[in-house]
Structures are given as C-alpha cells and as structure tokens.
Design a protein around this ligand. Structure first.
Ligand SMILES: Cc1cc2nc3c(=O)[nH]c(=O)nc-3n(C[C@H](O)[C@H](O)[C@H](O)COP(=O)(O)O)c2cc1C
Length: 199
C-alpha cells in the first residue's frame, strides 16, 4: 500500500496557506492512490520539543545506563525517522517565517539528524542513510524570494534533506501572498501540484 507522509509546519493549522496547499496535494494524491495511507504530522497541533542540552545528551547516550527520560527522547526520534523510512513520498508545507523555516520544522529536523542512523561520515564525506523518495516542498511566502540570495529556505532544505539521503526534492512555490498576488500564486501552485502528482 502506498504511503504518504504529510508534514504541516504552519502556525495556523489548516488555515495556513502552506497547509491549504499541502492538503490540496494530499487530496490529489489520495485520488491517484485510493488505497493509499496518509500519515500526518501537524506542528500546530503537536508541539515539537526544542533540541536542548538534555535532549541532545539523550540522543548520544549509550543504551546501557540510559534513563527512562532519555529513552523517551530516543523513542520520539526513532518514531519520526521510522515514519520517513516507511513513506513512499513526503509532502511538507513550509511557510517562510523571518527568512527561515518555522522553528518547529527546524526542531523536527534536529530530531532526525542522527549519526549512524540517518547519516554517517566516510573518508570521502557524509553519506545519507535514509531511503531516497520524492519530497514535495510547498513553500509559501509573503514576498518573492525564489532563486534569490535572500531565499535562505530552499538551499537549507535541499542541504538538510540531501544530507540524510533525501535527494529527490521538488519545490512548489506560492509567493507574493502579501503583495496582492494570492489568487494567481495559488492557481499556479495548484497547477504544479496537479502535475507533480500525475508525474
Ligand atoms: C511570523 C511571520 C513571519 C513572516 N516572515 C516572512 C518572511 O520573512 N518573508 C516572507 O516573504 N513572508 C513572511 N511572512 C509571511 C508568510 O510567509 C506568508 O503569510 C505565508 O503564506 C505563511 O504561510 P502559512 O499561512 O502556511 O503559515 C511571515 C509571516 C509570519 C506570520
């Protein structure tokens, strides 16, 4: 059975522009995969813990002597990594907030980057350990930054996802949303979503 992992990182839940478009992607994907399964992570509905010193020590802790609290940190990380591994495709709604990705999405990534689990270093550099699969980024912005040096999101997302082995990254942009261009930007993004799901 085909499996899609949907990650929504808007602060505004289903009312967010990125969530609305990610939900559109999911509806089209479901129509194309009627028996498919969708797993949802919505950071407006569940808090992603910030990676602090206690949590990073837990991630590095040897199994022997690990406390229950440390094991819980590893269990959370293992679970979200397993969700990625088990998915055939991933769609991520990514609004631009203050020139970066939402802090909850960064915190989620911080729990995915695990030496020996999702990446390893070799003599010739880092190797990602996750099974590659298409990742669709629905990037929504109030302004227009695609392809410009001020777009600090897209290169970061490509670098991070590639680092853990996810190299097949597709970007769908809806920009200028605070510049009176929302209708046009949404229409163009929806066309791209349709094409990506059909591809
Ligand atoms: C806290 C906050 C910070 C924002 N920072 C930026 C920004 O740096 N650049 C930009 O183009 N738009 C910025 N915007 C506008 C959002 O990117 C835009 O409204 C986007 O559609 C939000 O997606 P969402 O509705 O899925 O949360 C910001 C909006 C918020 C709420």
């Amino acid at each position: 059975m085909a499996k899609l992992l949907q990650i929504n990182s808007s602060l505004f839940g289903d009312n967010g522009n990125s969530s609305t478009l990610a939900n559109e992607f999911v509806q089209r994907w479901k129509a194309a995969n009627p028996a498919g399964d969708v797993v949802v992570r919505d950071f407006a509905k569940e808090e992603v813990p910030h990676l602090d010193a206690t949590r990073v020590q837990a991630l590095f802790s040897p199994a022997e002597g690990r406390t229950t609290a440390q094991q819980a940190v590893l269990d959370y990380s293992d679970k979200i990594i397993a969700e990625i591994q088990e998915a055939d495709a991933i769609v991520i709604g990514v609004p631009m907030y203050n020139f970066g990705v939402p802090s909850a999405l960064k915190a989620y990534f911080d729990h995915i980057a695990r030496a020996g689990v999702t990446f390893k270093y070799t003599d010739t550099g880092p190797v990602g350990l996750l099974n590659d699969k298409p990742v669709y980024i629905i990037a929504t912005r109030g302004g227009i930054y695609k392809g410009q040096p001020a777009d600090s999101q897209s290169p970061f997302l490509k670098s991070f996802l590639g680092f853990v082995g996810l190299k097949d990254v597709h970007f769908i942009y809806a920009e200028g949303l605070n510049m009176g261009q929302k209708d046009e930007a949404f229409a163009a993004a929806k066309t791209e979503i349709e094409q990506e799901v059909a591809a």
